[in-house]
Design a protein around this ligand. Structure first.
Ligand code: SF4
Ligand code: SF4
Ligand code: SF4
Length: 337
């Protein structure tokens, strides 16, 4: 199958979203999603967007149903009886083979054996039947915090579990939406894109080498940061509470691909360095191990900030001179008598 060719589902007014958040997870991505506004999850559930199917959401935190009634669509999806669905996975995937008894993560109980159905079993059952698969949050994409060195679960992200070249039965690669948690609008906007694909209104979703949507994860935090001007002028904060650039306090923004600086966190507000929080690289496959210890000045940033120091301060002084001139009215203006 060619890279940009995929099968569309039968035209339908509705498409199911089956959300497994029983990985090793804090459920932060589900909670984050409730803050989305572009679009909101309510808009997608209620079919407010024209020309695309509305979604029927199955998420254990947001469901009215519980117990067997809640799990019924999951079993139907696994049996191929639910119709087309998008599988969302939240939380890292443990290695259930690295011990002799017990389990790391599960969702529901098998009616015949009385044993928990592990999260890995759900993924094995659902991923081959899904029209598309979305990994929500850095735990689900690349392993995240739970997968840091020394953890006993052997856990990993979905890209490692399914394989980086995995494709759904429709020919769509795994879509990774990292972030700890995922930026709410990044999630719903990507879901919206997939719904446009399903409705024959969009081409194959463009993804980078880490399976992230390119239009969301192309630029760095630095390129969209409100403090970029202070960096350029070599004004670096030595302690928190300053409005200057916080690279010396440990901000990894210059090398981290994330749009939170531009997009903010909720309704355009916030965005880690914009509001004084160092970027710790949570959207990157190397997170967290490669970014530790947090709060140390990142290697390499020393070089760039030292380079900025050599001309940034001179430019800053010249700009102050220009600014002082621009703050004065032209001399011909005003009363002459
Ligand atoms: Fe929680 Fe972060 Fe993992 Fe999401 S990525 S489940 S927010 S720890
Ligand atoms: Fe770049 Fe971080 Fe400074 Fe913002 S705070 S300008 S992202 S180094
Ligand atoms: Fe994560 Fe950095 Fe983006 Fe904040 S700015 S969400 S810490 S990658």
């Amino acid at each position: 199958m060619a890279e940009d060719v995929f099968e569309r589902p039968e035209p339908a007014d509705e498409i199911h979203v089956v959300w497994v958040n029983a990985g090793l997870s804090c459920d932060g991505d589900t909670i984050a999603m409730t803050a989305a506004t572009q679009p909101s999850i309510e808009d997608l559930v209620r079919g407010a967007w024209p020309f695309i199917p509305r979604i029927i959401l199955h998420n254990q935190f947001l469901a009215y149903e519980n117990g067997a009634k809640f799990l019924a669509p999951f079993h139907a999806a696994a049996a191929g009886l639910l119709g087309s669905f998008i599988l969302v996975v939240e939380g890292s995937i443990p290695d259930e083979s690295n011990k002799t008894w017990g389990y790391w993560a599960a969702l529901g109980t098998d009616g015949e054996t009385g044993q928990p159905i592990t999260t890995c079993e759900w993924i094995d059952r659902l991923a081959p039947k899904a029209w598309a698969v979305l990994a929500a949050g850095t735990c689900a994409t690349y392993g995240g915090i739970h997968a840091m060195e020394g953890n006993p679960t052997g856990c990993m992200g979905l890209a490692d579990y399914l394989g980086w070249n995995w494709k759904s039965k429709a020919g769509i690669p795994l879509v990774c939406l990292p972030g700890c948690p995922v930026q709410p609008d990044n999630f719903t906007e990507t879901l919206l894109y997939l719904l446009h694909m399903a409705a024959n209104r969009a081409p194959m979703i463009p993804l980078d080498e880490a399976l992230r949507p390119t239009w969301l994860f192309g630029p760095t935090v630095h390129e969209g940061c409100d403090r970029g001007g202070y960096y350029e002028q070599a004004e670096f904060a030595e302690e928190y509470g300053s409005r200057a650039c916080i690279v010396r306090l440990g901000c990894w923004g210059p090398v981290v691909q994330c749009n939170v600086g531009k997009r903010g966190w909720m309704a355009g507000m916030g965005g880690c360095p914009n509001v004084g929080g160092i970027c710790i690289g949570c959207t990157m496959p190397g997170f967290p191990d490669k970014f530790m210890p947090f709060m140390n000045q990142p290697p390499g940033s020393m070089l760039s900030s030292n380079a900025v120091m050599t001309y940034g301060r001179a430019i800053h002084a010249l700009r102050r001179f220009t600014q002082a001139s621009l703050n004065r009215e032209p001399e011909w203006r005003g009363r002459r008598s």
